[in-house]
Design a protein around this ligand. Structure first.
Ligand code: HSE
Length: 432
């Protein structure tokens, strides 16, 4: 039996989940893995009365984690880039392995952390999609494959909001306020609803499976604020659900990396991932289509991923390999990084909702403007106008169009006198 002494940074929801899981399943973990996890030190800004620290020493100084010779592995569960980054750097420099759930720090500093001192001692299963073992799945389970594409619902807040808008017809702002009240969305929800959280996660998946580079700037980022209940209903009429997706595609022209809303066929697996659940679908040359799904957030769900890393490190100790062999960091692509395809060169079919004045010739003007950019229409909806509704939505699905042409056409359409409000444009997901 190998004992791993843990030092935990932070005492929030995930740290409390870690304590709860060790308390409940510690013996089971030891029996299955031969590794006993013991929490010896916890450092956090504030003590939380009522939380059972399992006999660990508590301090408010993160330095104590790094300087305590008793600590074998540090669990960084603070989040953000400031003190968390500093802690990870110092721990790795002093040869203490780190397990982190911190996607922001990896997306922004992954290259440095994976190439600096102690690079092979950083594990981060919990950084993407909470409980889902997607990091091990990609870097271990699918290691023999060339990965061709990845589609992920990797932000539970966005997925929950779209689900509520669809099932209850509740407007975006009201659902968001309710999600904040229930604790699903942060007090400042912008990272979630503007796509930044999903982009952090996609950056990690992009590096691990496709490019070997942690480069947040390679990811095109859009959020969900512009989507209305009307769009969700029109999409349904056309046979689709609207999801916020992370997409990576390995194409002959380069690697596409983007997070944005997308129309997904209603019968696709990802269309039926609901609420705060996450899912990642990967298409690879040998394994074909694989789907990983599960809770993308939550104390014990995220703790499950954190502790899988701690146990993996413990197993390395127990085999006598020491820490630093066969870790996630060492499994990133070593070949030259393939080029990222600029978003302007990405091709997609598009959903357009064009709010127009109810007058003769409107449809003709819209189709004329699109034809100027060689864009053809695959489907169209227009409902009858009513006396109380002088603006009428024309909803179109276009053929596959290169982004630069679609953007130019949108500018042209938006400038037409008969267009009465902002056009909503959503892309259709590539074949799923
Ligand atoms: N805020 C994230 C989400 C969970 O809504 O999916 C943590 O990454």
């Amino acid at each position: 039996m190998t004992e791993i002494k843990l030092g935990i940074a932070g005492l929030g929801t995930v740290a409390q989940g870690v304590l709860a899981l060790i308390r409940r399943n510690g013996a089971l973990m030891a029996q299955r893995s031969g590794v006993t996890l013991r929490v010896v030190r916890i450092a956090s800004r504030r003590e939380k009365p009522g939380v059972d620290l399992m006999g660990a020493q508590f301090s408010t100084d993160l330095d104590d984690l790094v300087s305590d010779p008793d600590v074998d592995v540090i669990l960084e569960l603070i989040g953000g880039e400031g003190v968390a980054l500093d802690l990870i750097r110092r721990a790795l420099a002093s040869n203490t392995p780190v397990v982190t759930a911190n996607k922001a720090v990896l997306a922004a500093h992954g290259n440095e952390l994976m190439s600096g001192p102690g690079k092979q001692q950083l594990r981060f299963e919990a950084s993407v999609a909470g409980a889902i073992p997607i990091i091990q799945g990609m870097s271990g389970g699918l290691a023999a494959n060339r990965l061709d594409s990845l589609f992920g619902i990797i932000n539970g807040t966005c997925n929950y909001i779209f689900g509520e808008m669809e099932s209850n017809g509740t407007p975006f702002d009201e659902v968001l306020a309710e999600a904040q009240r229930l604790g699903y969305a942060e007090a400042d929800p912008s990272f979630d609803i503007d796509g930044v959280d999903a982009a952090h996660k996609l950056t990690i998946l992009l590096a691990l499976g496709f490019t070997g580079e942690y480069d947040l700037s390679a990811v095109h980022i859009e959020g969900i604020r512009h989507v209305t209940v009307a769009d969700i209903q029109f999409a349904k009429e056309l046979g689709y659900k609207i999801k916020h997706l992370g997409i990576i595609q390995n194409t002959a022209a380069g690697v596409e990396a983007r997070v944005h809303c997308a129309l997904v066929p209603s019968n696709a697996l990802l269309a039926n991932v609901n609420g705060v659940m996450n899912a990642v679908q990967i298409i690879s040359d040998g394994a074909g289509e694989t789907l990983f799904s599960g809770p993308g957030a939550g104390g014990e769900a995220t703790a499950s991923a954190v502790l899988s890393d701690a146990l993996a490190l413990g197993k390395q100790f127990s085999t006598g390999n020491g820490i630093g062999v066969d870790t996630q960091a060492s499994e990133t692509t070593q070949a030259p990084s393939p080029a990222i395809l600029p978003m302007a060169e990405v091709t997609s079919a598009n959903y357009l909702r064009i709010p127009t004045l109810d007058q003769p010739g409107v449809f003709a003007q819209v189709t004329q403007a699109l034809s100027e950019f060689s864009i053809s229409i695959d489907a169209a909806i227009q409902h009858e106008a009513s006396a109380s509704q002088p603006v009428v939505d024309i909803v179109l699905l276009t053929n596959n169009v290169v982004e630069s042409a679609m953007n130019a056409a949108l500018e042209r359409l938006q400038g037409l006198d008969i267009v009465a409000a902002d056009i909503v444009r959503l892309r259709v997901a590539p074949a799923l």
